[in-house]
Write a protein that binds this ligand. Structure first.
Ligand SMILES: Cc1cc2nc3c(=O)[nH]c(=O)nc-3n(C[C@H](O)[C@H](O)[C@H](O)COP(=O)(O)O)c2cc1C
Ligand SMILES: CCCCCCC(=O)C(=O)O
Length: 366
């Protein structure tokens, strides 16, 4: 399969001659610019990519039921995430090795995110070190932590993230081992140049880089070694959401890792309502719930917000924008999503992202 998703798009390069008008227009343009192995890695889901496809299909099954005559002309998209103001509830997901998409890697992505008025989560396996990214960034950063078998490495990374000014730690919980990205394995045995992991390359030898099988005690451990808020990423079961709150998580990302870990896991948007309900019960609304996976349209963002997400993270489209236009491409991708969200809110009669109701979303025709 040549594309990251199944939907029909214009073929034959015709779209590449005009300015992209939607996020999805960036996908074929990015593919033209990237090494085939890098492209396969970026696109890949795990195994048969059932969950990867389902992330999109589940959004497409949902309907928005607009309210009318509400006098909404300029919806307010501004919000906060763990107290940090953002221009819109559309954040940059932690993704490794941005250097596969652009030589400036995460430095360009962080500039693009900042210029779009939002925050970026920097991956443990970023191509540029957390110090370099922080030096380039024009907006707030969070740091995504993979805990390897060496806990000493994890603690050193946390210290570096703190010194670099990151405002939260995102602990990825869905990766006790790496998902099998067969689409990538079929075309390449290894990643092409650009796939450095600068923050950790300087720290360890290969033998330390196996992921650890974490337990809930590790969440408590992370909280004990840092005063930064901890966000748990990769939660799909409501009981895990409750445990996350009980172990002190300030936020939860409902995520199946963009379909890259357990194939057959539910779509994130399907899992969201039960997690939102569980977190509301367990934390009285203090913990924030975010979503990622398959967000490609402003209407997807609106559906997720209406179903209780405080914000969404966007993954692959940010790398498409990065490949096509560096920092400016990232800014434009985020700007397109923001513009579409604003448009959808106006058409749905919604004045602000704070006042959305699950009633806005329906599973079928009314
Ligand atoms: C190329 C690539 C690299 C990723 N690297 C990481 C990572 O280092 N840490 C992590 O927690 N998630 C990682 N993810 C998962 C994203 O954070 C996010 O969950 C996912 O991309 C969201 O789905 P979307 O791409 O459909 O928007 C990666 C995803 C991709 C596509
Ligand atoms: C050997 C490095 C694997 C990094 C995994 C990054 C990730 O979470 C993803 O690609 O997905």
């Amino acid at each position: 399969m040549s594309r990251c998703r199944g939907a029909a798009r214009p073929r034959g390069g015709s779209i590449s001659r005009v300015e992209p008008i939607s996020v999805l227009d960036y996908e074929p343009l990015a593919r033209e610019r990237m090494h085939p192995a890098a492209w396969a890695y970026l696109c890949a889901g795990a195994e048969d990519e059932v969950t990867l496809r389902e992330n999109r299909a589940a959004f497409e099954r949902l309907r928005l039921v607009p309210r009318v005559l509400r006098g909404v002309s300029a919806p307010d998209l501004r919000t906060t995430v763990l107290g940090t103001p953002v221009e819109a509830p559309v954040l940059v997901a932690p993704m490794g090795v941005h250097g596969l998409a652009h030589p400036e890697g995460e430095c360009a992505s962080a500039r693009g995110a900042g210029e779009a008025g939002t925050l970026m989560a920097v991956s443990t396996v970023s191509s540029r070190s957390i110090e370099e990214v922080s030096a380039c960034a024009t907006g707030p950063l969070w740091f995504q932590l993979y805990v390897y078998r060496s806990r000493g490495l994890a603690e050193r990374l946390v210290r570096r993230a703190e010194r670099a000014g990151c405002r939260a730690l995102v602990l990825t919980a869905d990766s006790p081992r790496w998902g099998r990205k067969e689409r990538f394995l079929r075309v390449a045995g290894s990643l092409p140049p650009g796939a450095d992991a600068a923050s950790i390359d300087s720290e360890v030898g290969e033998e330390d880089l196996a992921p650890a099988a974490l337990t809930w005690e590790d969440v408590a451990w992370l909280r004990s070694v840092s005063s930064l808020p901890v966000v748990l990423k990769g939660v799909l079961h409501p009981e895990d959401a409750v445990l996350a709150v009980e172990h002190g998580a300030a936020g939860i990302v409902v995520s199946n890792h963009g379909g890259r870990q357990l194939d057959g896991a539910p779509a994130s948007i399907e899992a969201l309502p039960a997690v939102v309900e569980a977190v509301a019960g367990a934390s009285g609304g203090r913990a924030e719930v975010y979503l990622d996976g398959g967000v490609r349209r402003g209407t997807d963002v609106l559906k997720a917000l209406a179903l209780g997400a405080r914000a969404v993270f966007v993954g692959r489209p940010v790398l498409w924008g990065l490949a096509v236009g560096g920092a400016e491409g990232v800014r434009r991708v985020l700007g397109l999503l923001r513009g579409e969200l604003e448009h959808a809110m106006a058409l749905c009669g919604q004045a602000s992202v704070g006042g959305l109701d699950p009633e806005l979303v329906s599973r079928g025709a009314r």
